[in-house]
Design a protein around this ligand. Structure first.
Ligand code: PEP
Ligand code: MN
Length: 338
């Protein structure tokens, strides 16, 4: 059940509703969007009628099918997620770029300056890397986070970086402006719950075999723990296709936008696995109405410690931004920094 409060409802009214919920033995989680606040508890009680009468309550959604904070039934308005000064979901195309992994301060700073120059709004870079092999580079850990924070301070670019487990997630939150949940962790429910409580916006990457419902429910884990600022990322799924690392499911974007008010972005780099495909897939992402793109960029991809084959060069990133802006202009969408 979801209780939607009036936009003008004050904290006291929310507290009254919450205590009424708790009195009946249910858990109450509050979540605040920009314009309204919502109290939720997992099971439908017979007391919905009494909740409806409480001051500040706008409506009570009882139907199980609608019991989703991420769904349009709960919130018609598009959710705009704020990361530093940047917005995701405001109708424009937000551009997130950077190396797959933070390798050194020098490397991260060089790439950040290049992508900033071309109009990127948010810097990406993994400090904790989920690797298929335990013998591969696992990331610089907290040292990597400190590098990202330093680069943010120098360039002004807000940073997004992955949290791998509940133990280190609070440290990731301390250093970063936005937390990434990787595809492999989309259904790591204890991590989702932890990250939902950390007070930072979240990019939730679609699991490589997750369907729409599973993605929405993963978002629900984060949101029901208090975080209203979730951005979903389509990064390609596993199919029988053997020409590409993954298959970018572009068809998800318009469907997702109909059923959910959350922003959805596209990662053409992890979807394709090869540099040559990144630009065309980025253009397609703009065409299908994605709220943003997240792209791997490296100035020495042959030396990259992770995913060098899919990293585009700074010059290619510049070219991509130029073409995206031209395409965006024709459909009234601003691309990148403005
Ligand atoms: C990444 O973005 O660094 C990453 C590991 O991606 P994914 O979780 O989509 O594989
Ligand atoms: Mn990668």
């Amino acid at each position: 059940m979801i209780v939607i409060m009036e936009e003008v409802s004050d904290k006291k009214q929310v507290a009254v509703v919450e205590s009424a919920i708790k009195k009946h033995g249910y858990k109450s989680n509050s979540i605040r969007f920009s314009s309204e606040s919502i109290g939720t508890f997992p099971e439908t009680g017979e007391n919905a009628e009494t909740l409806k009468e409480l001051p500040g309550v706008k409506k009570v959604i009882e139907k199980e099918q609608n019991n989703r904070l991420a769904r349009r039934e709960t919130r018609q308005e598009d959710t705009i997620v704020q990361v530093g000064e940047e917005k995701i979901g405001d109708g424009n195309l937000t551009v997130i770029a950077g190396p797959c992994a933070v390798e050194s301060e020098d490397q991260t700073m060089r790439i950040a300056e290049e992508v900033l120059e071309s109009g990127a709004q948010i810097l990406r870079g993994g400090a904790y890397k989920p690797r298929t092999s335990p013998y591969s580079f696992q990331g610089l850990g907290e040292r990597g986070l400190a590098i990202l924070a330093k680069v943010r301070d120098k360039t002004g670019l807000p940073i997004v970086t992955e949290a791998l487990d509940p133990m280190t997630a609070p440290t990731v939150a301390e250093y970063s402006d936005m937390i990434q949940i990787g595809a492999r962790n989309m259904q790591n429910f204890s991590l989702l719950e932890t990250v939902g409580k950390l007070g930072k916006p979240v990019i939730l990457k679609r699991g490589m075999s997750a369907n729409l419902e599973e993605v929405l429910l993963a978002a629900e884990y984060i949101m029901s723990n208090g975080c209203s600022e979730v951005v979903v990322c389509e990064r390609g799924i596993r199919t029988f296709s053997d020409h590409s690392r993954n298959t970018l499911d572009l068809g998800l974007i318009p469907v997702f936008k109909r059923v959910s008010h959350l922003p959805i972005i596209v990662d053409p780099s992890h979807a394709s696995g090869v540099r040559e495909n990144v630009l065309p897939l980025a253009y397609a992402a703009l065409g299908v109405g994605a709220d943003g793109i997240m792209v791997d960029v490296h100035d020495e991809p042959q030396k990259a410690r992770v995913d060098g084959d899919q990293a585009i060069l700074p010059a290619e990133f510049e070219q991509m931004m130029h073409h995206l802006r031209t395409l965006g202009n024709s459909i009234d969408i601003v691309v990148g920094c403005h």
